[in-house]
Structures are given as structure tokens and as C-alpha cells.
Design a protein around this ligand. Structure first.
Ligand code: PLP
Length: 393
């Protein structure tokens, strides 16, 4: 039996693969430091757990509307209003099974065979695969490292064809941690408006911004841009709720209606009790979110200084999310490895430090460090990596 063509070239997510390998080594008794994680290491705040337990006790364990419970949609609407002064109606919001599934559903309802979506590299690993699963073509443009990995309006213009339907923006970015300024978003937005491109704005790391400037959504810049944008967000990273699988999208009624219809035939609804947990996440004070952010900020500062001290390693300083994305090409060369992928493998085997190779993110000279782990572990990891680099010269 042959599998469907659409899944034949599908590869497992490289971030999940490295985490699995690190777990296996750990289970075998090795002292592994896993810096591959794409999730906060904090527990979900207590009051959110309580709300979900209460929902269970009250019997709120049945199907919900496909697009999410009205209370949660309203909490999301209120959040947009408060944080970005963005006004949405309930018909412009869908609650999904994580932000990942919001994106998956979006591409399914948006793309016909051969439609093109511009994907700035380095990119989150799932974007190209999801676009291909919807029979679209991901068109990569490279955010140059000497431009802080940011793409320019000229680069966008240079790849637009009559099949270009959308562009993905992810600020703060996974894997680079880089953030676009309002001015940069404005000029990118101008090209999108000129050519009628839908802007898919993945803002899942919105709450993890370490500059003095608040997060800017491209949709808040003008009414025209809001109309042409679909925002993707969720509680996974902000409230340390990755396993609960609650995300959402906010955009035009036409798109949201189609996505809701598709959800009604594919998933029915996001888990009822998880939705009540997410409701508590938004309806209670945000002290815990701020505390987690402060802890991340402290780790970033420490790890960044340790990383740039390693010979052959250069790093654009991140401003958000919980990743560093250094270029280690020189270190790999110095150590005698043909590719960064090989260097990463050897590092895991020899020093038991798990990093994610940048090749999966469209940046084969880089590696992703996640600092969603304790400061002690980060310091120990940096020490081991430095030892590895020095020992192999
Ligand atoms: N978008 C980006 C850029 C991510 O890094 C992730 C998670 O790693 C997601 C979306 C998906 O998040 P969720 O857990 O809500 O599906």
C-alpha cells in the first residue's frame, strides 16, 4: 500500500526529534542537558489548573462549539482590545488546538494547488510543511544575518508572482528571537497592501519581549493592514500551557468561518476543560506571565554572554522568545566537521548537550539554543560546549 503523495516527503519536526533523542540518552542514564525544548520549563500557574479542575467538576466535559466557547472568544476579544487596541467580533475569532492547528487549518482553507506563500528564513519548521500539505508552494526569502535575520520589502517584491497569496511574519521569531520594529512592519505592510497579500502574523511569543518597547502587531498599524492580516496566537508560550493545546486566530469573517467549518469536520472542538483553563489564563491577573518573562530575560542575558565567548561562535542578540540562534559554522570547521548538523550530533554524543541544528529552520550554519531551562543548566551547557570546541581544535 502506497501512502498519499502529500505525506511522502513529510519529515518529523526536527525540534521534536532532537528532544526525543535527548530523552532517550537521559533514560539510558546519561547526564544530558537538553536545550532543544520549544516550551517554557515552568509549571502552568496554579489558578489555571484550578479552573480546569473546576470545569471538570461542573461537568463541562462535553462538546463545545467548534470555534470555541463564547466566554473564551470574548476574553480573547478583550485581550486584543487591551493589548493592541484591536477590535474584533466573535465571528472573527476561532479557538483552535494550539496555534499550530490554527496555521494548519488556515492553509487548508486558503491555498489551492500551486499557490505561493512567502516564508522568511530562518523559519519555524512547520510552516513549509503545512503549506505543502495544503498543496501550496513555500517561497523562502532569506533574512540575512547581518540584517538581524530580517527580510526587507525589496526582497518580498522580488519574489511576488501572480500566484503569491500570503506571507508569514513571526515576530518575536522562533528560532532567532528577533523582533520587527513598527517602522519595519509598516514598510513590509505597504508591499503586502500593494499586492493584496494576506499577512499571516504568528505572534505566539508576543508576551516574551525583553526590550523597553511593547510588542507590535502589524494589524494595529492601520485599518487596511488589520483587514489584510490574520493573527495567530495562543496560551502555550505566554502561560506555559503547551500541553493544553489552546491557540486561536483572529482575522476576516470569511476566513474564520471557513476555518470553523473545517474544524467542525476534523476536530469538532478544542478540549473543553483546556478552554476553561485558557479562559482563566486571560481573565485573571498576569503576574505569573510577567514573572516567567523576567526569568527568561535574566537567562538570556547570562547565556548570550557565555555563548559569544566560545571561539568560532557568533550570535545576533535576540530581543524576544526563548531562543538564541548563533552561527557556529566557524566552530564546526575548526573542529573538523563538514556540516553544522554533524557538529551538533557529535556534541550530543560527546558532551551530552542537545541543540537543534539550524538546517531544519532554513539556516544550516546556525544552531538553536532554547533557554527554557535553569540558569545552572545553561551555564553548565556553555561550559561543555566551550570544552568541546577547544578539545577538537
Ligand atoms: N508558532 C511558532 C513560531 C512556534 O514556535 C510554535 C511552537 O513551537 C507554534 C506556533 C505553535 O504553538 P502551539 O503550541 O500553540 O501550537
Amino acid at each position: 500500500m502506497d501512502l498519499a503523495k502529500r505525506v511522502q516527503s513529510l519529515t518529523p519536526s526536527s525540534t521534536l526529534a532532537i528532544t526525543a533523542k535527548a530523552k532517550q540518552l537521559k533514560a539510558e542514564g546519561h547526564d544530558v542537558i537538553a536545550l532543544g525544548a520549544g516550551e517554557p520549563d515552568f509549571n502552568t500557574p496554579e489558578h489555571i489548573l484550578e479552573a480546569a479542575k473546576e470545569a471538570m467538576d461542573k461537568g463541562l466535559t462535553k462538546y463545545t462549539p467548534s470555534g470555541g466557547i463564547p466566554e473564551l472568544k470574548q476574553a480573547i476579544i478583550d485581550k486584543f482590545k487591551k493589548d493592541q487596541k484591536l477590535m474584533y467580533n466573535a465571528s472573527e475569532i476561532i479557538v483552535t488546538i494550539g496555534a499550530k492547528h490554527a496555521l494548519y487549518t488556515l492553509f487548508q482553507v486558503l491555498l489551492n494547488r500551486g499557490d505561493e506563500v512567502i516564508v522568511p528564513a530562518p523559519y519555524w519548521v512547520s510552516y513549509p510543511e503545512q503549506i505543502k500539505l495544503a498543496e501550496g508552494n513555500p517561497i523562502m526569502i532569506e533574512g540575512k544575518e547581518d540584517n538581524e535575520f530580517k527580510i526587507t520589502p525589496e526582497q518580498i517584491r522580488s519574489v511576488i508572482t501572480d500566484r503569491t497569496k500570503a506571507i508569514i511574519l513571526n515576530s518575536p521569531s522562533n528560532p532567532t528571537g528577533v523582533i520587527y520594529t513598527r517602522e519595519e512592519l509598516d514598510s513590509i505592510g505597504e508591499v503586502c497592501l500593494e499586492h493584496g497579500l494576506l499577512i499571516v502574523s504568528d505572534e505566539i511569543y508576543e508576551k516574551l519581549v525583553y526590550t523597553n518597547q511593547p510588542h507590535v502587531s502589524i494589524a494595529e498599524i492601520s485599518d487596511a493592514l488589520k483587514e489584510q492580516t490574520i493573527i495567530i496566537n495562543g496560551v502555550s508560550k505566554s502561560h506555559s500551557m503547551t500541553g493544553w493545546r489552546i491557540g486561536y486566530a483572529a482575522g476576516s469573517e470569511k476566513l474564520i468561518k471557513a476555518m470553523t467549518n473545517l474544524a467542525s469536520h476534523s476536530t469538532s472542538n478544542p478540549t473543553s476543560i483546556a478552554q476553561y483553563g485558557a479562559l482563566a489564563a486571560y481573565r485573571t491577573d498576569q503576574t505569573k506571565v510577567e514573572e516567567m518573562k523576567q526569568a527568561f530575560a535574566k537567562r538570556l542575558k547570562a547565556l548570550y554572554n557565555l555563548i559569544i565567548d566560545i571561539p568560532g561562535v557568533e550570535c545576533v542578540e535576540p530581543q524576544g522568545a526563548f531562543y538564541l540562534f548563533p552561527n557556529v559554522k566557524k566552530a564546526a570547521e575548526m573542529n573538523g566537521y563538514a556540516t553544522v548538523d554533524d557538529w551538533v550530533k557529535a556534541l550530543l554524543e560527546e558532551e551530552k548537550v542537545a541543540l537543534v541544528p539550524g538546517s531544519g529552520f532554513g539556516a544550516p550554519e546556525n544552531v538553536r539554543f532554547s533557554y527554557a531551562t535553569s540558569l545552572d543548566q545553561l551555564e553548565e551547557a556553555a561550559k561543555r560546549i566551550k570544552r568541546f570546541v577547544m578539545n577538537h581544535q
